[in-house]
Design a binder for this molecule. Sequence first.
Ligand code: NDP
Length: 465
Amino acid sequence: MSEPYRTVSDAVLPIGNIVAMEHFLDAIQSGASGDDLAAMPIPQSYRAAYVRRDETKIFEGVASEEKDPTKSLHVSDVATPELAPDEAYVAVMASAINFNTVWTSIFEPLPTFGFLDRLGRESVWGARHALDHHVVGSDGSGVVVRVGSAVRNWKPGDRVTIHCNHVDDQDASAHDDSMLAANQRIWGFETNFGGLADLTVVKANQLMPKPAHLSWEEAACNALCNSTSYRMIVSAHAGDLRQGEAVLIWGATGGIGGYAVQYVLNGGGIPVGVVSSPERAELLRALGCEHVIDRQAAGYRFWSDEHTQDESEWRRLGKDIRSLIGRDVDTVFEHPGRQTFGASVFVAGRGGKIVTCAATSGYMIEYDNRHLWMKLKRIVASHFANYKEAWAANQLIADGKIQPLLSRVYPLAQTGEAARAVQRNEAEGKVGVLCLAPEEGLGIDDAERREQIGEDKITVFRRST
Ligand code: NDP
């Protein structure tokens, strides 16, 4: 059994040693140098959003959609962990909600404390993670305030974004494609000390330069979804998109879907985007996607009952795609899972592929294998991105070739409400969370570059809500 979690109220802090993360905020906002930041003491506790081990059964017997993250996500102070030699403390200015925080907060498909316990058994440093609280969050932007003794490429004062691929670089299996590493984990989901907090602990190889033309919250919302879509569409590890290829994108104004649309357009492909309302159809067109299907208006019923799929409905979707682009798609960008997977396998063209990274509506999938093998299609699994892919995706944001998809912003204190909105499919693109940043719009270091790229492009989803 690990130590019970400590909060500010029950942590015994020596008098005169109470330093709060607000001191770092003041220093960062007044332009303190890296040396100044390095000289400031790290507080013994910090504000964070977390779930509790003793609450993992609170939703027993409740339907998935009724499991409410506002009841399980708490925001208060937690004890600061020690820093390992290959890690950095980052003062988090902003973070974002990802669907993995929704899964953690409703304890589905299983409580994430099992991940933390497994990590805890791996090493002395891993043991720090096995606590009775799990600080969540897999995105972040902020300022490095301390680095471990083995960190070479980063220093206090660096303005960064954080990607979520957590790997042990002393493991041989991490040295081809690090997503194949035996101990690959997602930071803030399969590790503790995530980004929905005022402070986070990350491995130095999770850090990337913050795009200078973006605000903290615009910079914070990209890394997880943007990198995932980069691998699914662009990388030779999964999508390997060629010019002229057509891609069906489910949830095309959602977190990963909105970046996927941009990658297909940038790569000379033809996106066919699926959304569920006229407003989202309009937003998708504003993103440059000409071919749009409103699945709500079309009223597809791929499942006639809980156990039976209706092939005529798959055919209807296929016809709708052909009526838009005159042919079948080469790739399907698949993540809804059980509800759509049978249709996705059916509508991919001969020799095409179904690239899948998730199963939001259910992970026990059914499809008609005859349509797969007779037409030589492939199902390709994809999961987040390795450092090189995440770096390339971050660079494309910095270059203004891919735009952030921030649509709304919550304060850290309302992380539960923010996660609830994502769970209920109420928000487009990305939902940002302000951590140390006291208001929106701060952190833009290169206003000239922002103007060159265009305010209207950068804020295309922000203006939608
Ligand atoms: P979002 O909620 O932002 O977007 C998902 C979109 O999918 C929604 O906007 C909705 O669009 C569409 N959708 C939801 N349910 C269905 C359904 N039953 N049928 C068709 N479309 C549906 O989530 P994200 O884009 O951030 O993530 C999507 C999934 O991918 C999640 O399960 C997430 O956990 C996973 N993921 C996996 C990653 C990995 O590395 N493996 C990384 C990132 C995400 P509309 O209603 O407009 O059609």
